[in-house]
Design a binder for this molecule. Structure first.
Ligand code: F6P
Length: 515
């Protein structure tokens, strides 16, 4: 998936040689800049309807001029972007270190016919179970404790929080942490008589998930549920392990090994989401993601919205040395989006070697962080406006409100969102240095027409493809995560007491009673 090192090196050199103009200079030089730097991706409001909804992404407040866009397009070509993208959707081995394809696109219909057929069959199976549960096949189910961690929790937690606020058909609690307080909190909110346990784990070996799952079963048993095992659904790429663990085969919902954990929300890992919002809404989410897949697959160069986002990311990280990027959702429903994006971007692209195993020739993923607007304005925006760090910011908002209160709420929310981007760019001179705003600070604004299931799916797919495009431009593999293994292995050594520990860790083990 890597282009030739020489040509990518030359493309980076060309980018480094460019002069960076201020945002105001870029706008002054190009009256058509807003239009030239804005992308829209649309999808039908309803299946088969002519009316369209969509999302708009305005990149004009970033420091990319036409010369930088030309140079980034050359970099994309040198890095073999078109071939890598084709390989992604065509079942090619894009995860080279693990010798696997990455088939999350097939979950929403973007893949080879065989992959799409397999994904459709698995989705149909999940749909049958979801609908059977809604119809009472497992008795009255009012709550679901969804147990998983990382990619088996962050997506479902975000989606349930975003989409199930008004219409939760089942009240879902996602529990990830091994800290028993997390599970106890879910127990307190659920009635064991009417609670389903969904155990989500790609590998079905993750210690946090397996420990929490065992405790959840015990909780059901301790509270008089006659057949706790009958209340468990497993969501996994290792169905044989789930069966071995004791889950009845009819309640094991598999997904393909080639779907990575942090790319798995649209697989059976999304079962708790489907349980909460129903299969029609789940399918609407897939349709929104598919619209972005289609755009990403068929659009070239700077016209391609996720690729353009990656140009912006690379510009700030590699050429301007920005070590972080911030995401602020001006929408309560997307409050967990920064957490989700942290795993997607940092676990995918936080690497130090290229696909060939050579050291990378520049910084890779920045630290993704963020929060929810307007709250963050009153907490961290001081640093964005007047601090010494240059931090590219993404603002995300929905044009339609999610609430039914006085329209002043949503109007004020949107006003503030737009005002922050304008203020970061414009700045404000002052004779008093403490009151001066330097300005010329970059932001990208994403507006969805309405934060519904389709828009949500589109937002997720947009970020998946942006992450992939970034990886291609850097020549790295976004689909492995070997960096998480060492800590797990040492935890096991601490458990067994076998192993060589440094003096600090030995002392801490003694202090914590783990010696
Ligand atoms: O430790 C990291 C990781 O492997 C993530 O990549 C993954 O999403 C998470 O753990 C959970 O893994 P599993 O779904 O196999 O339980």
């Amino acid at each position: 998936m890597n282009g030739s090192g020489d040509t990518t090196g030359m493309a980076w050199d060309a980018l480094r040689a460019l002069e960076t103009r201020s945002l105001s200079a870029l706008f002054a030089a190009d009256p058509g800049r807003v239009e030239a730097m804005t992308r829209r991706i649309g999808w039908p409001v309803m299946p088969d309807s002519a009316a369209e909804a969509g999302m708009v992404i305005d990149y004009s407040k970033t420091h990319l001029g036409r010369d930088a866009l030309d140079a980034f397009e050359q970099l994309a070509e040198a890095a073999g972007f078109a071939a890598a993208r084709e390989a992604l959707f065509d079942g090619g081995i894009v995860n080279v270190t693990e010798g696997r394809a990455a088939t999350h696109g097939a979950l929403r219909g973007s893949g080879t016919p065989a992959q799409v057929e397999e994904a459709d069959a698995l989705l149909a199976r999940m749909g049958m179970l979801v609908e059977a549960i809604h119809q009472g096949a497992l008795g009255e189910i009012r709550h679901c404790i969804a147990i998983g961690i990382g990619g088996s929790a962050l997506g479902p937690a975000l989606a349930v929080d975003a989409l199930a606020r008004d219409l939760a058909m089942v009240d879902v609690h996602v529990v990830s942490n091994i800290d028993g307080l997390a599970l106890e909190q879910a127990f307190d909110a659920c009635d064991p008589e009417t609670t389903l346990i969904a155990v989500a784990s790609k590998t079905f070996t993750t210690i946090e998930t397996m420990t929490n799952a065992a405790s959840a079963l015990k909780w059901l048993a301790d509270n008089g549920v006659a057949d706790p095992g009958g209340r468990v659904v497993a969501l996994t790429a290792s169905p044989e392990k789930a069966v071995e663990w004791g889950v009845d085969e009819t309640r094991v919902l598999p997904f393909p090994e080639s779907v990575g954990g942090r790319y798995s929300l649209f697989s059976s890992i999304g079962f708790p989401v489907a349980l909460a919002i129903g299969m029609d809404e789940f399918r609407a989410m897939l349709a929104g993601a598919k619209a972005v897949d289609d755009h990403f697959r068929r659009t070239e160069g700077r016209a391609n919205a996720p690729l353009l986002a990656a140009f912006v990311d690379q510009f700030y990280t590699r050429l301007k040395g920005c070590q972080t990027r911030a995401v602020f959702a001006y929408d309560e429903r997307l409050a967990l989006l920064p957490d989700y994006l942290q795993q997607l971007e940092m676990e995918s692209n936080g690497k130090s070697v290229t696909t060939d195993g050579a050291p990378v020739d520049g910084p890779t993923a920045p630290v993704t962080w963020g929060g929810v607007g307007t709250d963050a304005q009153h907490a961290v925006f001081q640093l964005l406006h007047q601090g010494t760090h240059l931090i590219p910011v993404d603002f995300i908002a929905s044009i339609a409100p999610g609430d039914v209160l006085d329209p002043a709420h949503h109007r004020t929310l949107l006003m503030n969102c737009l005002a922050q981007g304008a203020a970061l760019m414009a700045g404000k001179p002052s004779d008093d240095p403490a009151r001066a705003y330097q300005g010329d600070r970059p932001s990208t604004t994403i507006l969805v027409d309405d934060c519904d299931a389709a828009a949500f799916g589109a937002l997720i797919a947009f970020h998946e493809h942006r992450t992939f495009a970034n990886a291609v431009l850097m020549g790295i593999n976004p689909f492995d995560q070997f960096g998480v293994e060492l800590g797990k292995a040492i935890a096991k050594q601490i458990d067994s007491g076998e192993g060589e520990f440094d003096p600090s860790t030995r002392a801490l083990m003694a202090a914590a009673g783990l010696g």
